[in-house]
Design a protein around this ligand. Structure first.
Ligand code: CDP
Length: 559
């Protein structure tokens, strides 16, 4: 994957960079920002520190930084949100901006709720409007054509407010009409809507052009549509407007109406954000977490990310302006499931949730501490005085946010660890590679444990390849079966408990999929959505196994 997607190639397409050189390039580019305040001697010191942490595999920055740092493109961010204006000029301007961002490896999120509904009047022509779902197809097609320079598929998040008149069409668009292969879809749901669902009341659909009520319908009917669609094909997800905005550090600058493509990063229009993830299993010493090392690394990476804001070549002037105003960065983790296995703790257990909280609290505090230190040297983010921080007793802060939990889809593969905070998908599975080849993978910790127990027999290997489950190994001790449970054996509540534990100490949001077995009934999705809201999560995504024809990870048999 490094060779195919990340390392530099010459004009003939031959790879001309080693992995070590790539890390040097990244470390040097980020240390470059230190020259401004500390001169070149200081820059060299930080280059060494960044390189050392990268070489030890303690963290990775988001993919665009690995691909573009120290290179002519120089665009370092994975996450963007662009505004969409209710005019033809505005819409196509945003299409163009998204294309520019995709070209550099960034992903874009959009709130389409400001667009007048399908069939509404257009004053300038006397005609009727096509509506958001129709215009989203233009974005989808443009994305398809760009494919992020051939190395990464363009990713979009399309969001529509639950009160938009076209909401039903939006919910159905992906699953029933098979549209939007380059989009994730989420409905922006409010507390008020959830109350009306609970009380079985009516819900108004409002034309955003003039605020008039177009129609009313049963809140539960609309909710059921989301539930059924998510049960059928994993879309849409929900984002909870009020929870997102309770966590908004700069409400005076605007409210969050959209997130980046995978939902973990709420942003204001034109903001971008750089993410990085600590590799949790690298911080285990003996059977314990080395907290001092974890905190030190968290501080170092926040410095790295703040430097990225200095040396970043922003793809649009509006993005530069909005991003530099709040200086958001998003430090997170990958390999949480591997960490638990190393500590011999089952994913679905109160101890796991405690570890999650403790780890994330330590990271968040160390990250804030570094942000305060940086503010002392470099100044607070320009919108600090208008932010929530002064009221919380803070006198300075370099970054409006410091933590985000990314999916780390490609990054976790590069690091050979479990993705983000997800449980193991399976102990053995086939992975669909870029070229469509299916490659068999067995979890190395499980293989080692089987060998230790004298259970790594040919027969067991076959059973494992068939089922992907620890439970298929005859004679495996109960504790090991618990510790090595995979995503589909963990209840929805078990998934959400971990999401919540991390969210408690994460400034931005958490990328998490609640996996459901193929046989999960529709009403389970209903319950999960309601519980997610009641728990104060910022969003929720479910994926019922086998509900999409083709997926990146495949089990030999359906659970
Ligand atoms: O691929 P990698 O592991 O670097 O990224 P990720 O942690 O899975 O995704 C983080 C963010 O990168 C997503 O939420 C998107 O904003 C962006 N992304 C993208 O734009 N295009 C992709 N193909 C994958 C991720």
């Amino acid at each position: 994957m490094l060779r195919r997607r990340y390392l530099i190639r010459d004009e003939k397409g031959r790879v001309v960079e080693t992995p070590e050189r790539m890390l040097q390039r990244v470390a040097r580019a980020m240390a470059g920002a230190e020259e401004i305040s500390g001169g070149s001697a200081e820059a060299r010191i930080w280059e060494k520190r960044f390189l050392s942490a990268l070489s030890q595999g303690l963290f990775l920055p988001n993919s665009p930084t690995l691909m573009n740092a120290g290179r002519p493109l120089g665009q370092l961010s994975a996450c963007f949100v662009l505004p969409v204006e209710d005019s033809l000029e505005g819409i196509f301007e945003t299409v163009k901006q998204a294309a520019i961002i995709h070209k550099t490896g960034g992903g874009t999120g959009f709130d389409f709720s400001g667009l007048r509904p399908a069939g509404d009047q257009v004053a300038s022509t006397g005609g009727i409007s096509s509506g958001p779902v129709s215009f989203m197809q233009v974005f989808d097609t443009a994305t398809e054509a760009i494919k992020q320079g051939g190395v990464r598929r363009g990713a979009n998040m399309g969001i529509l407010h639950v009160s938009h008149p076209d909401i039903e069409l939006f919910i159905r668009a992906k699953t029933e009409l098979d549209l939007f292969s380059n989009f994730n879809l989420s409905v922006m749901v409010t507390d008020e809507f959830m109350q009306k669902v609970r009380a079985d009341r009516d819900w108004d659909l409002i034309n955003p052009r003039n605020g008039s009520r177009v129609r009313k319908l049963k809140a539960r009917g609309l909710f059921e549509l989301m539930v059924e669609s998510a049960h059928g094909a994993g879309e849409p997800g929900l984002v909870f407007f009020d929870a997102l905005n309770r966590g908004n550090p700069t409400p005076a600058l605007g409210r969050f109406n959209a997130t980046n493509p995978c939902g973990e990063q709420p942003l204001l229009p034109y903001e971008s954000c750089n993410l990085a993830s600590l590799v949790l299993p690298r911080f285990v010493k003996g059977k314990q977490i080395n907290y001092p090392a974890l905190e030190e690394a968290a501080g170092l990476v926040v410095r790295f990310l703040d430097n990225a804001l200095e040396v970043n070549r922003f793809p649009l002037p509006q993005v530069k302006k909005a991003t530099r105003l709040t200086r958001k960065v998003g430090l997170g983790v990958m390999g949480f499931a591997d960490l638990l296995i190393a500590l011999n703790i089952p994913y679905e257990s109160s101890r796991a949730a405690q570890v999650a909280q403790k780890v994330m609290k330590a990271i968040n505090s160390a990250a804030r501490e570094m942000s305060r230190d940086l503010a002392r040297q470099r100044g607070s983010f320009p919108a600090f005085a208008k932010s929530v921080f002064p009221a919380q007793g803070e006198t300075r802060m370099r970054n409006a946010t410091v933590t985000t939990l990314a999916p780390t889809g490609a990054l976790s593969l590069l690091m050979g660890c479990s993705a983000g905070i997800e449980p193991l998908f399976a102990l053995s599975h086939k992975r669909r590679m870029l070229d469509d080849q299916l490659v068999n993978e067995v979890n190395p910790a499980f293989k080692a444990r089987l060998a230790e127990l004298g259970l790594d027999t040919l027969q067991n290997q076959k059973a494992l390849a068939q089922s992907g489950l620890a439970a298929s190994i005859a004679g495996l001790p109960f504790k090991d079966r618990e510790v090595f449970k995979s995503a589909h054996e963990i209840t929805a509540q078990g998934h959400m408990a971990i999401q919540r534990a991390f969210q408690l100490y994460t400034d931005n949001a958490v990328s998490k999929t609640v996996n459901l077995p193929a046989r999960a009934p529709v009403k389970e999705v209903w319950q999960v959505f309601e519980q997610a809201h009641a728990m104060g999560l910022k969003g929720i995504t479910v994926f019922r196994h086998g509900s999409r024809g083709r997926q990146v990870l495949e089990l030999a048999s359906l659970p």
